[in-house]
Design a protein around this ligand. Structure first.
Ligand SMILES: *Cc1c(COP(=O)(O)O)cnc(C)c1O
Length: 364
């Protein structure tokens, strides 16, 4: 079978066996295989990564008025489920070494909010947060940790997969992620009892009775068997995707490393990222927008890095702990095109455009 051909076979199987409802072979198999792949005891396949974060917060018991620490440098989908639970996010700055949650800022946050209920950690762009330091602090305060590994499926931190180091981990299979099922998410944990509870909540909390009986609030968050079929097929290409993403990063690095007004995202030697996106920081007067617009003229899409949550109008009234690290990343960061379908010629063209913008600055 061709490398990308598994998806159709699994979907056809779903139709053949009439399992197009949320219960079926593809859902069970996708959960089993993903849990096995990352080394977790149990998994719940859900409708999105956002739903998985929501269910993780609920599994921990986060309720109205509880405080949850959350990185400021992330996509809003990390923070929104805190609000769904009517809890209170406190945003934590990044550090320069990892671009992810700063352990120093986290310690400061614990001093100010010792009664915090949960800590959300993100592994942005496939890079790993400093989990040893973060886990040590959280264990000391006995506060559970959720890892948002939506962008870092397959990234290794000291030999362990991101998403399996804390108490709960989530992955996303949205269209833009390293593997995609057209949508969907997964919650993993070694706590099998809690994962079973999440499956209960996410199928409308139906009590075991002959009729529809509900003693708890329910959600329609379960992954469909068709989506799970695509996800199962995509697991076969994860390793190849990571290889290509790494190739793209190394290519940019080789082509652009002599430009001293440009720095690449930090890849620590004890981590093996999935290189979901290749991200650079611009130094000096050159702005992300100049690069983005120069590429746009050639119909090539690139993006700003995430705008920090504490700078978002919606979240502006919540506390922020840290300095200006995330804000600086936002002011100077660019996500370079990282599509795995690109060939060397595409990458050469992109590098040439970037060099031209940078050199025109040097000439001024
Ligand atoms: C994509 C993403 C999510 C949400 O995943 P969905 O499946 O789109 O709901 C959460 N956190 C981060 C950091 C993401 O990039």
């Amino acid at each position: 079978m061709s490398e990308e051909g598994y998806e159709l076979a699994y979907i056809q199987e779903a139709f053949r066996t009439n399992w197009i409802s949320p219960n079926g072979e593809n859902v069970d198999e996708f959960e089993k295989q993903l849990a096995w792949r990352v080394g977790s005891n149990a998994a719940a396949a859900l409708s999105s990564g956002t739903a998985a974060i929501h269910m993780a917060l609920k599994a921990i018991g986060v309720e109205k008025g509880d405080i949850v620490f959350c990185p400021t440098f992330t996509f809003s989908a990390t923070a929104n489920p805190i609000i769904y639970q009517q809890a209170i996010p406190v945003f934590i700055d990044s550090d320069e070494d990892t671009w992810n949650m700063s352990p120093e800022a986290l310690e400061e946050a614990f001093r100010r909010y010792p009664n915090v209920k949960a800590v959300l950690v993100v592994h942005l762009y496939g890079l790993c947060a400093n989990m040893d330091a973060i886990m040590e602090i959280c264990r000391q305060y006995r506060v559970p940790v959720i890892e948002d590994a939506a962008e870092s499926l397959g990234s290794l931190y000291k030999g362990r997969y991101t998403g399996t180091i804390g108490d709960y981990g989530i992955y996303s299979f949205n269209g833009n992620k390293i593997i995609t099922a057209s949508g969907g998410g997964m919650l993993v944990s070694n706590n099998e009892e809690r994962i079973a509870k999440v499956k209960f909540w996410s199928t409308q909390s139906r009590d075991p009775a002959r009729y529809y009986e509900h003693s708890e609030l329910g959600y329609n968050y379960r992954m469909s068997n068709i989506v799970a079929g695509i996800g199962r097929g995509q697991l076969h290409v994860l390793e190849k995707r990571i290889e290509k993403k790494k190739y793209i990063f190394e290519f940019y690095k080789k082509e652009l490393s002599d430009l001293n007004c440009l720095a690449f995202m930090p890849v620590d030697e004890w981590t093996k990222p999935n290189y979901w996106l290749s991200v650079v920081l611009l130094k000096g007067t050159i702005s992300p927008l100049e690069i983005i617009e120069a590429l746009e003229e050639e119909n090539i899409e690139s993006r700003h890095v995430w705008k920090p949550m504490h700078l978002q109008p919606y979240f502006k009234n919540y506390d922020f702990i840290g300095k200006d690290v995330a804000e600086n990343l936002f002011a100077h960061g660019v996500c370079l095109p990282s599509d795995t379908k690109m060939i060397d010629k595409d990458l050469e063209k992109i590098a040439a455009i970037i060099k031209k913008v940078v050199n025109s600055h040097a000439a001024i």
